[in-house]
Write a protein that binds this ligand. Sequence first.
Ligand code: SF4
Length: 846
Amino acid sequence: MEKRAEEVFTEEVIEIMRSAIAANSNHEVFFTGYTGEESKKVEDAEAVVYGNESMTPVFLEKALSCDVVIHNHPSGVLTPSDPDLQMADTLMNQAGVGFLIIDNAVTRVKIVFYAPGIQGKEKKLLNPQELVSLFEKGGKIASKLSHFERRTSQESMIGIIAEAFNKNEAAVIEAGTGTGKSIAYLIPSIYWAVSNKEKVIVSTYTKNLQEQIYSKDLAFLKKCLEIDFSYALVKGKSNYVCRKRFEETYEGLKDLSESGLFSMEDGERLKVFESLKTWIEKTEDGDIEELSYEMSRVIGEDIRASTDLCLHRKCPFFASCFVNKVKQKIFTSDIIVVNHHYLLAELSMEFEEIPHRILPNFTKIIVDEAHNFKKAAYSYLEDEGSFLGILKFSSRIYNSGRRGKAGELNLLIRFLGEEGSKTADTILSKIKEEAIPFAENLKKKINSFFEILKDKVNQTLKGSESHIRLKGDSKNFEPLLTLYDNIKTTADAYKTLIDEILKYTRLLPEKFKTDNQILIKSIDRNTRYLKDNIALFQNLFIAIPDEAAVWIALNRKNDNLSIHRLNLDKTVFFQQTLFKEEYSVIFTSATLSVAGKFKQFSDEIGLDDTVEKKRVEKILASPFDYEKQVKIFIPTDISSPFGSDSLQSPFIKNAFPMIKNLIDASKGGVFVLCTSFWQVREIKNFLEKQQLRYPLFIHGEENRAKLVSDFKKAGNGVLLGTDSFWEGVDIQGEDLRMVIILKLPFRPPSDPVAETLYELVEKRGENPFIKISIPEAVIKFKQGFGRLIRSKTDRGVVAVLDKRIIEKEYGKNFTASLPVKKNQWENLTRQAVLFETERFFLKNGL
Ligand code: SF4
């Protein structure tokens, strides 16, 4: 692929490379390049090798920490030579580093995505039988575990994945709870990676599963398999602390503490930074998640690593940088565990033809918790801008509020004053006379625009509504257009002015630029973010295409207005990035099928009939004996939950006392799964009034992990949860012995994404309720049911208080999707349900 230089590099980088090539008498120069997070262009470059010493270990070590390696062909012919291809192969295969060839005048760029390591080599195929034999008596796994039990489903899964890897096929596998699916996909992945010297990517939705795979499953297999393999858990850059940013902020706070401007709030921050300092000296990974929630909230965005603010090789902490350590880990690992967002970031770069990757080349991908893959794609690919975001960026650049001294422009003024040169004076007057008045003017305009916009939104919202969907070419906000245009033009001009000022800083002495590089980069980044956030509000005034969900939301708690835009048609994106000829993608989860079929899931990820790739679809049963382990009750004399929830509705009047009675019957150990926070709140009020004897744990009152751990500790707790509590919670044993499902989990039709999807489906002549609502609700229902039985010895009761499951035709989709037989569904009166529940618990000694 060949591109024009301006499409790939910034003006500054082109200049750096031209000068270096000229200084080397037009001979070969190798550069390391770094790509900007937003612009996706190479924004920084450094000449690292002059002449043809490219493959030396020193060069490779430098190259592995950058995004792209660039070198010139003095002949002007950009075709890669054999040594070029060899280097491109090493860099891309092992570290995801791109390889670019330029002409001496830096006008054209050849992007080399060549990977002979993957495309040219003959593959060493897996032998499914051999892999399964690990579980046979005396096999490497069976012999390491004293109470090992073979699981047919697990062994079948290994065979399916091994075959799919061998034939570059896709597989969609629903593996029931207890199958041991992570071990089942890790075994073929490890053997493939080691025998083919190729990395395998394992992607999950939740952190819990990532941790389990990394700390438990892979560690276990490493002990058992007696083969030499390595693995890494990799997160996005912003998950790691940037040592340089930390030091700068810490030093800044210490400086401030000696001045008269030091406030109580600054004092608190300084204390947090002092304990962070101790942590940074001890931590191995610099992973911000290791910190307590409170500490990571206080430090906010100040110390996270960010591509746009990184100094790369010029950073004094380069050698001990946590982000670079992660890059090294990727380089040396066979199995790379990531989350769906990380994988999607990689796929997006490929889709947008960005000349480097964040992951090395791979052809085998395991997508676990695949039922959430589309949701993750929607969240990753959604554009969002907000009033508070705009205020935050504008205050970071300049803030006159805090004794007139806050914001990055004020810092720059201080440092320029200390510099005292003529150029510094020119920049100083530009900031003081032009940029600051501009910033103040823009802030006033932002505040008055959003005041009027909030009024307009408030007038349009009905009752408790919190969002307005924008569709077609609605003229709802047209009266605000002139005001908006004015802000947008001002923000664009502000960015141009800041760019001009930052350009001047290039003329300052090297020492000044090095000392203040992060500050300069941060001003550039924050003005860009400010401009982009404002630009998103343009959606209020433009025609919206059918396939885009666009909405404006008002958060009444913090009075924030936000705008969202999401293009719903992701078929082409998935098809072009996931289903390439040389790829095998394995989608797996405990809940992918609806009434025995995978149609809904396959359509969601674009694996439809237009995709040529062969695929295997399989449901692998759970090894649990659900007939003995679980009872499912549906009270028949309860009202149906029609219409919206209210304390006056007959359903709520029946359901709330029933919940209380069921909790008493099980003596706690209950999850009540709701479909809204209103239900959570009202059930809590009701149970408190009824003086419930068991400890209550309320979704939203504490963070999720703490709620789950406190619930486990209590042993007889009652957890009221919605949405995220329907899945991903693993509580084995008696601590959780009953799950109450209040209503079938249909997504509210007022959700703007759902609403747009329904309209799209309707336009295609299909019924959105059948096509989307039911399958979505079935998957969630299966997840909710799956909270109860987590091991072979678990016993318990599921009570479904929504009798539409037996009265409505569509109810069969729910009942036929659970791993239980028809005769296990007991439809009884409320009284009989309570009696049978008590009997079941008595019989099972619970
Ligand atoms: S190399 Fe970049 S991310 Fe690492 S510490 Fe330095 S500035 Fe921060």
